[in-house]
Design a protein around this ligand. Structure first.
Ligand code: FE
Length: 132
């Protein structure tokens, strides 16, 4: 099993860029249609920008039109944790990295794709490993 990653807030501030820190550790959201991976069509694996945990495969990435990189499924069951999120008076399900607890985005059940799932993930929470 993956070893958990835990750093103090001070350490995270040193490890992450300012924008990564705001999103991963402070549950921020990048502006829609701004993310570097939104239109990435290369084959490969998306990993956590905080701890490098593998999260999503390009094979399940699709264009949902929501403005954030969208995926139908996670790469393996244990790679993320889902949490109830009632912030802003809206019931949503937050997606966090199972290894470092970093905020990734939200998942919705409303998509017409076969899994019904739409994981909307901040590009800033992700790094990409291309597979040739
Ligand atoms: Fe992580």
């Amino acid at each position: 099993m993956n070893k958990k990653v835990s750093y103090s807030e001070k350490e995270w501030k040193e490890i992450l860029t300012d924008s990564e820190y705001k999103i991963l550790r402070r549950k921020g959201t990048e502006p829609p249609f701004s993310g570097k991976f939104l239109y990435n069509k290369k084959r490969g694996i998306y990993i956590c920008a905080g701890c490098k945990n593998p999260l999503f495969s390009s094979e399940t990435k699709f264009d949902s039109g929501c403005g954030w990189p969208s995926f139908r499924e996670v790469i393996s069951k244990g790679s993320v944790k889902l949490k109830k999120d009632k912030s802003f008076g809206i019931n949503r399900v937050e997606v966090v990295c199972s290894k470092c607890g970093g905020h990734l985005g939200h998942v919705f059940d409303d998509d017409p794709n076969p899994t019904g799932k739409r994981f909307c993930i901040n590009s800033i929470s992700l790094d990409f490993k291309e597979r040739k």
